[in-house]
Design a protein. Sequence first.
Length: 411
Amino acid sequence: MQLHRAAAAAAVVALLSLSLLTATAHNITRILAKNPDFSTFNHYLTVTQLAPEINRRETITVCAVDNAAMSDLLSKHLTIGALRNVLSLHVLLDYFDAKKLHQITDGTALAATMFQATGSAPGSSGFVNITDLKGGKVGFSPQDNDVISATFVKSIESIPYNISVIQISAILPSPEAEAPAPDPSQMNLTSILSAHGCKVFADTLLANPAEQTFESNIKSGVTIFCPGDDAMKSFLPKYKNLTSDGKQSLLEYHGIPVYQSLSGLRSSNGLTNTLATDGAKKYDFTVQNDGTDVTIKTKIVTATIVNTLIDEQPLAIYEVDKVLMPIELFKGALPPAPAPAPTPEADAAPPKKSKKHGSPPAPAAPSDSPAESPADAPVADQTADENGAVRFDGGRFGAVILSFCFVFLQL
Ligand SMILES: *[C@@H]1O[C@H](CO)[C@@H](O)[C@H](O)[C@H]1NC(C)=O
Ligand SMILES: *[C@@H]1O[C@H](CO)[C@@H](O)[C@H](O)[C@H]1NC(C)=O
Ligand SMILES: *[C@@H]1O[C@H](CO)[C@@H](O)[C@H](O)[C@H]1NC(C)=O
Ligand SMILES: *[C@@H]1O[C@H](CO)[C@@H](O)[C@H](O)[C@H]1NC(C)=O
Ligand SMILES: *[C@@H]1O[C@H](CO)[C@@H](O)[C@H](O)[C@H]1NC(C)=O
């Protein structure tokens, strides 16, 4: 009995500290839900998937508008993509609470917005001009707009210096943000990647037939996980060691042949085929939630989605913090279970003498079948075409094990 009680108490303490921990992160949906005046704005932050991006960021200001102002915006019948751009213009990448707004140096300041950060804002259209006006008012307008478009109404919530949520009187007009986002099938994939922190990946892709695989899948839906520049740069030596087929498979491994929104990924965890899949259980990875994050787990690495470059059916591109290394290409890199760091010997050991040196617990490690498949060769020795010669847009063929459920709320 007493033991049980102690265990229960411990569980409660654990739960409490867990909830305290998670309480430090802000949740824009929860903040806005306290006031029904902002229910429409709140709803569309979720529909456009800006909410998770807002929650992820620190030092930001969300300029919310009430339901009446939102209905003006909705009467324009913008596409979801355009709506997302408009709302992202209302998220300033700096912290402005009521006090700071009224104490702007020289009475005027320019704030970059999340629209700016998407890279799809032409010129200076992603900046908002904040101006202290006569009589204690504060005006907001897109830069280059001569007239004040909206004024500060009140503070909704502020958590210095993480997030300030304020109400402004109207939606900031922006022809650039409202412009229909280009049809994703017309978009140049590599230029989107380059413009948003995945330039090294884009350049690598451009020099490889994998680019065609990605392009040809856009129409029917594709989701791309691009490693950020730092991750890709440090991976390049390993990449250069791959055979040309290995390179193509590595790149195609970073795409899945369906469109998946972030919330779609979040709600359909599990094993997924990729564009490199060319047979059962080949080149797949596991999508798995980790708290609020979504991770991509290969048998070698676990990468986390850190940014959304574009999310507009049929194309979604997410930045991941690591290069996704498929077991098919990097068997030698499997972290040895008991031993500490991979010994140079384990890395360089030729595959032929399968003397089993007590290393990788690879699921299919055929330690006594003498290297029947060239895929057993470590990366360094890789010369054979280990990916199979047949390459017919493998991803399209691979039905994904996830179930896809696109809930698209009608505008
Ligand atoms: C602000 O964010 C940081 C990092 O997420 C967190 O550690 C801190 O507790 C937050 N501050 C408040 C007041 O919530
Ligand atoms: C934020 O709050 C909403 C409403 O309370 C909840 O449904 C959602 O799961 C929360 N999001 C996170 C990331 O905690
Ligand atoms: C903001 O707009 C006001 C009024 O149009 C202008 O006087 C001011 O110079 C602008 N501020 C910046 C930083 O561009
Ligand atoms: C995309 O742009 C790059 C250069 O910016 C070009 O090399 C490539 O061919 C373009 N791709 C398509 C599909 O137009
Ligand atoms: C590339 O291969 C060479 C030998 O083939 C090897 O010495 C080197 O460690 C490999 N580099 C990486 C980064 O895997």
